[in-house]
Write a protein that binds this ligand. Structure first.
Ligand SMILES: C[S@@+](CC[C@H](N)C(=O)[O-])C[C@H]1O[C@@H](n2cnc3c(N)ncnc32)[C@H](O)[C@@H]1O
Length: 481
């Protein structure tokens, strides 16, 4: 490793497998910061022109790591934190002492990152600052966690412990990307002159790239950029010092307010109390109405009983045939739909060359609207009454009369119930076994993986319970299909 005198060395981690078996619950990864005794972040924000409410400090927030906590009561509507535009760390910020050459190299690297991994792009910028001993943001960066609990750092065993293929697929994709990107970065940097080297001459390994990508995915906020012709604004991801110490809640006591768009030199980002905050209360923000897949992949935690969590399924004729058979639904045309049924399936984008076959259970909808409409249509043999209904009506699981009558509804819901049972059976362990594992002394990664899969199963049980209630409420004599 080439370390120039003007750069801070990166983590020595050459491998992505950073979380070892010795990481126990009490040692949440956020307890360890980049340096042992980082500077006081609140003082730094104030010194650099930001403001922080006098009744706030950084403290422990139980299993969530560090958090912003009130030392005394704070009235609703109070401004808690205010960052002027030079404090956030973002891609297009004036690059300080770094030459334009380095910026051009960084841009070239960022162009090789797929759009969906935007966190790696800003991560490159973070690594650039991390390599610079004179970085304005060093007091901020030194307060960042040394490691993250996102699954790209899990052992192979713990990735398997997640027991959920869609997430495994995403993790593999990210790990493969990081390994490939390390090679691309090396190839680009090999001919770069020292003065244009964005990382002060240092090699960048996949472990450092993963650290930076995780720092951004778990802490960056997407703010409003310039106005687009359609009236919306483009999104500009930024790391917001101190604001990113606030933990997540779906019922937060604070929210972020942005004044002026990100192109304005007078932009500011504030955290404002939505309600009165009592003494010793963590200040929380809503990171978004996200499924546990996103919380796990980007943030490294799982929200218990998450109302936005879902289980993904593939819309598949043979799976539906198996489910309807298990549900005792007589002769639906899943594998051989009539032409009029095929037309509706195409409109639902469940049939055809570019069909989108991913459907979901759980979340606010309970049953994916497209799946529900398809089941209703395929179970009904009455073309006329189906064609009287709009697609939107067929897709809604409402409290009104079911659109195709109680008999079809009961058969459709029973088929979904059978899908829940089949999905539950696909998990190699039962909820009770997961609970037992969580009572033992296992690593943080194992705990997270087991919590994640257990929440998916609890979600399926919850959907089963709610759908069974709906079937029971349907008129009795018509509820057999
Ligand atoms: C934006 S940072 C918040 C500050 C962080 N706790 C720290 O110690 O630096 C987000 C990280 O905090 C933790 N976190 C935030 N909200 C959480 C929650 N509701 N449950 C569990 N962990 C949470 C996760 O580790 C997440 O990746």
């Amino acid at each position: 490793m080439l370390i120039s005198s003007t750069s801070k060395p990166f983590l020595s981690a050459a491998s992505l497998r950073l979380l070892s078996r010795t990481h126990r619950r009490s040692l949440t990864c956020s307890a360890h910061r980049l340096v042992a005794h980082p500077p006081d972040l609140v003082r730094w924000v104030r010194r650099e022109g930001g403001s922080v409410h006098p009744n706030l400090t950084i403290g422990d927030h139980s299993d969530f790591g560090l958090g912003v906590v009130s030392t005394d009561g704070i009235p609703a509507g109070s401004e808690l934190i205010n960052l002027p535009s030079h404090l956030p760390l973002r891609w297009n910020h004036p690059v300080g002492r770094t030459s334009d050459g380095a910026y051009a190299v960084l841009t070239k690297l960022a162009e090789q990152v797929p759009e969906e991994l935007w966190s790696m792009r800003l991560g490159l910028r973070l690594l650039q600052e991390r390599a610079n001993v004179d970085s304005f943001w060093w007091p901020y960066m030194s307060n960042l966690p040394e490691t993250f609990s996102v699954p790209i750092f899990f052992s192979g065993e713990d990735i398997k412990n997640l027991q959920y293929i869609p997430l495994l697929h995403q993790i593999n994709k990210r790990c493969r990307f990081l390994i490939e990107f390390e090679k691309q970065v090396k190839a680009v940097l090999k001919d770069v002159s020292p003065k244009d080297h964005p990382f002060g001459g240092q090699d960048v390994k996949s472990g450092s790239l993963g650290w930076a990508m995780s720092a951004v995915s778990s802490r960056a906020f997407r703010l409003h950029g310039k106005a687009l012709p359609d009236g919306r604004h483009d999104e500009v991801p930024m790391l917001l010092p101190l604001i990113d110490m606030c933990n997540h809640s779906f019922t937060p006591n604070a929210s972020i307010v942005q004044e002026r768009d990100a192109t304005s030199p007078n932009m500011s980002v504030k955290v404002v109390a939505k309600k009165e905050i009592e003494q010793n209360t963590p200040v929380t923000l809503n990171y978004g109405c996200l499924s546990n897949d996103f919380f796990m992949l980007d943030y490294g935690f799982v929200v218990p009983s998450n109302p936005y969590d879902q289980v993904e399924l593939r819309y598949d004729d043979s799976l539906l045939d198996a489910a309807s058979m298990a549900a005792g639904v007589s002769s639906p045309s899943f594998s051989s739909p009539a032409i009029w049924q095929q037309e509706i399936l195409s409109k639902l984008n469940l049939l055809g060359d570019n069909a989108l076959l991913k459907v979901t259970l759980g979340g606010p909808e309970l049953v994916d609207g497209r799946l529900l409409a398809a089941l209703r249509v395929l179970i009904s043999s009455d073309m006329e009454s189906v064609q009287k209904q709009s697609l939107d009506t067929l897709m809604v699981l409402g409290d009104e009369e079911p659109p195709l009558g109680a008999t079809v509804e009961a058969a459709a819901l029973r088929t979904v119930l059978a899908l829940c049972v089949i999905s539950l059976e696909h998990f190699p362990t039962k909820i009770m076994q997961d609970e037992l594992v969580l009572k033992t002394d296992v690593s943080l990664a194992t705990q997270l993986a087991v919590q994640f899969r257990m929440q998916k199963k609890l979600l399926l049980v919850d959907v089963t319970r709610k759908l069974s209630q709906r079937v029971k409420m349907l008129p009795k004599e018509k509820s057999t299909a």
